[in-house]
Ligand binder design. Structure first.
Ligand SMILES: NC(=O)c1ccc[n+]([C@@H]2O[C@H](COP(=O)([O-])OP(=O)(O)OC[C@H]3O[C@@H](n4cnc5c(N)ncnc54)[C@H](O)[C@@H]3O)[C@@H](O)[C@H]2O)c1
Length: 323
């Protein structure tokens, strides 16, 4: 298959591209390399993909319709996986416009081109943030029309637009909703990356609320595997991809302390109203439809992430601090 992967220099996009290339697919990846966090990490991830035959990178913005159109004219894609997005919850409160542009207009640009060029398979990355204050475990059939921040609202809009293109033009569209993804080369604006870097340097780590919030931290390789499995599905489906074994944030901090052999200093901050207290995924649908199961436990995943950090310590410390 020839697959268009958007956001290919991103945390999840680069791993999905790697998974596709390893199984022999060719990948055209697009990314605008924006500076929401240090683009040097994005270039580092791209470098890991350069060695693969069948990988082409295009620097470009999916919000620009002409860019997207010419990409579809230059290649005959079999599928599109849309992982390009503005993804931070807190920053979406500061600049909702940029989220609307990439997450909604960017998605529409891709769907329009898929429709016009007969690209029938589309995968859209969505988020557990949509579940907000629903009862746990979160299942795909629950209401998700009251997102707590513009990030979730724009993802909800993208999901809805996808439904319209499925209904009107028969595109097969599968939407994995990810639950807090972590692992090597992870996002520097996310807690695990910040915790490792700060604990290592003896700097305080910001913990919002009481540290008892629970998350289904899901290892990157499991997420990439689940996303690739979405390509084989038909119709319109929303599928949770999470680790249905929710853990308390303080437990994760303890695992990082152990792996680094250093103690954390904690800077307690007030809980942000756009942060949910807990997430816990019902992954029955992923098991049944995709035959997917998260394989990497948090204890192992944190070890691998800290090892990657140690191997790339100087480079990672030199990165600009993320919001
Ligand atoms: N990481 C998580 O825990 C998580 C959880 C839920 C959902 N998601 C979703 O998964 C997807 C990937 O997230 P990630 O964690 O890899 O984030 P990321 O920020 O590392 O990756 C997104 C990539 O998209 C690129 N991008 C952004 N706007 C673009 C544009 N207009 N044109 C082209 N490229 C653009 C960025 O430069 C970046 O490299 C996103 O859709 C995100 O909303 C992630």
């Amino acid at each position: 298959m020839k697959v268009l992967v958007t956001g290919v220099a991103g945390f999840i996009g680069s791993k999905v591209a790697e998974g596709l290339l390893k199984r022999g697919d060719s990948v055209v990846g697009i990314d605008d390399l924006n500076d929401y966090y240090d683009p040097r990490l994005k270039r580092w991830r791209l470098k890991q993909l350069e060695g693969f035959q069948g990988f082409t990178f295009v620097e470009g913005d999916i919000v620009n319709y002409d860019t997207v159109k010419s990409l579809f004219e230059a290649h005959n894609f079999d599928a599109c996986i849309n992982l390009a997005a503005r993804a931070g919850v807190r920053y979406s409160v500061k600049d909702p416009w940029v989220y609307l542009d990439t997450n909604v207009k960017g998605t529409i640009n891709l769907l329009e081109c898929c429709k016009d060029r007969g690209v029938n398979r589309f995968v859209l990355a969505s988020t557990s943030s949509l579940y907000g204050f629903n009862e746990m475990p979160f299942s795909e059939s629950q209401r998700t029309d009251t997102p707590l921040a513009p990030y979730g609202a724009t993802k909800k809009a993208a999901e809805a637009v996808c439904y319209s293109y499925h209904y009107l033009y028969g595109l097969d569209i599968i939407i994995p909703r990810y639950f807090t993804v972590y692992g090597p080369a992870g996002r520097p604006d996310m807690s695990i990356f910040k915790f490792i870097k700060n604990i290592d340097r003896g700097k305080p780590i910001p913990v919002f609320g009481d540290g008892k919030q629970k998350r289904d931290f899901t290892y990157i390789d499991d997420i990439a595997d689940g996303t690739i499995r979405c390509l084989d599905q038909k119709g319109y489906e929303i599928i949770n991809l999470g680790n249905d074994n929710s853990v308390v944030l303080m437990y994760v901090i303890n695992l990082i302390e152990e792996a680094l052999g250093k103690k954390a200093q904690i800077n307690w901050l007030e809980r942000h109203p756009a942060d949910v207290e807990a997430t816990w995924a019902d992954i029955t649908k992923a098991r049944t439809l995709l035959g997917w199961e998260p394989k990497v436990r948090i204890e192992e995943g944190i070890k691998r992430t800290v090892n990657w950090y140690k191997e790339n310590r100087d480079f990672l410390i030199s990165l600009k601090e993320a919001e």
